[in-house]
Design a protein around this ligand. Structure first.
Ligand code: FAD
Length: 381
């Protein structure tokens, strides 16, 4: 987008876009979706580029990039569907919790291995009774006499938790009498004995997969605690800002592809002796969608710039997440209409974009919750 990126930012966005076109490809992402397969091969390619370490400082072995750089990467990673972007974004934004809140021992254990692609991270906040109201977390963790944590309960919708070598950053209740201050985060490897993880047959997220997790007196060492006891809410609030900013970038990337695909089809497809493009009603629909994509992109860039500059920006991040996800949904719906019957086939990709768009207004905080955050900043709540 002219004038909104400097030369090096534009070059970075172009680099990741080219990588997606040449090294990952839409066909590969479609195949992973159809087979409900985690994109291991692509994840490894991204690790080889060093991009998993984009947000880590150079001292930590990373690239020292900022949230704006990361959001641009998310935009390109999302171009062929949000699910693929999620396979890279969920581990990377979750890993940053180690950098921000981890002990030196946790950093030594996890950061290099993560940047090299040897381990992944998932974030597990949601539960059957704790969705939008995440502070209603009931999964209980108590320390035994040795200091080990004993964890029991059920987590839900933990994306990527069933993939190989994944460490789950899990929000748990450590104090029943303190709603927000009674929450903590534990780092639990997904091969911990007693952990039961089931990939769910969801409408979206076929490839990364989302899961339910059962814990019955699962034992993890004292060293699994991230930050302090009772710091869970602070960690999760900080986490969600980075998550929302980057996923909004990926929504915009995918929304742009949905519009561009529909525009291309409207030029190729002939009915009544004319290109579909010649029907003004379709042209206007697509002009509306492109305008929305541009507006969403500007909201995302504003939020990401503010976050990169360490300015308070929860309102701007919520606006970007809200408008980005709703725009993706509208663009995928319009794409379905313009592509007609063909849109129903996997090879048209539009039905996949639509499925992912439906999840985008739910995951990471629903559209209604984003509006509540925005309204609070307007002193209406
Ligand atoms: C595919 C997928 C992947 C996911 N991945 C993860 C993950 O990796 N980690 C994780 O922790 N979670 C994950 N989630 C969970 C996601 O964050 C929750 O689904 C989301 O926060 C909403 O919670 P809920 O589904 O329980 O809906 P509910 O909270 O029950 O909400 C149902 C409806 O009521 C509305 N509502 C609720 N409260 C209010 C309110 N106060 N004001 C107005 N409206 C309200 C909501 O907006 C929504 O429309 C994932 C979900 C899906 C579907």
């Amino acid at each position: 987008m002219a004038n909104f990126l400097d030369d090096s930012e534009q070059m970075w966005l172009d680099t990741v876009n080219r990588f997606m076109d040449n090294e990952i490809t839409c066909e590969y992402i479609r195949k992973c979706d159809m087979n409900r397969e985690y994109p291991y091969e692509a994840y490894e390619k991204i690790a080889k580029q060093g991009w998993l370490g984009l947000l880590f400082s150079e001292e930590e072995g990373g690239a020292g990039g900022n949230i704006f750089d990361y959001t641009l990467m998310a935009e390109a990673l999302g171009k062929y569907g949000f699910d693929f972007a999620a396979a890279v974004l969920v581990p990377t934004f979750t890993a940053m919790n180690i950098s921000k809140f981890g002990t030196q021992a946790q950093k030594d254990k996890y950061i290099k291995a993560f940047i090299d692609g040897k381990i992944r991270f998932s974030i597990s906040i949601s539960e059957p009774d704790a969705g939008s109201d995440a502070s209603n977390t009931k999964t209980r963790a108590r320390q035994d006499d040795n200091g080990d944590w004993i964890v029991s309960g059920q987590k839900l919708w933990c994306s990527g938790a069933a993939s190989r070598n994944t460490v789950i950053a899990m929000l748990v209740r450590t104090d029943a009498d303190n709603k927000h201050g009674g929450l903590s985060v534990l780092l639990i490897p997904n091969d911990t004995p007693g952990l039961v993880i089931n990939k769910l047959p969801t409408l979206s997220r076929h490839s990364t997969g989302t899961t339910e997790i059962f814990l019955d007196n699962v034992r993890v060492p004292a060293s699994a605690l991230l930050g302090e006891v009772g710091q869970g809410w602070e960690i999760i609030t900080d986490h969600l800002e980075l998550e929302r900013c980057s996923v909004a970038g990926a929504y915009v990337g995918n929304a742009q592809t949905a519009v561009s695909t529909a525009v291309r089809y409207a030029h190729e497809r002939v009915q009544f002796g004319k290109q579909l493009w010649d029907f003004q009603v379709l042209k206007h629909m697509l002009a509306d969608r492109q305008t929305e994509v541009d507006a969403a992109r500007l909201l995302v860039y504003r939020a990401a710039r503010m976050a990169a500059d360490h300015l308070p920006c929860s309102r701007e991040v919520s606006m970007a997440k809200l408008y980005g996800s709703e725009t993706l949904k509208q663009c995928a719906l319009t794409g379905m209409q313009v592509l007609g019957g063909y849109a129903n086939l996997p090879e048209a990709d539009m039905e996949r974009y639509l499925r992912e768009s439906i999840q985008s207004t739910i995951g990471g905080g629903t559209s209604q919750i984003q509006k509540t955050i925005i309204a609070k900043s307007m002193r209406l709540a």
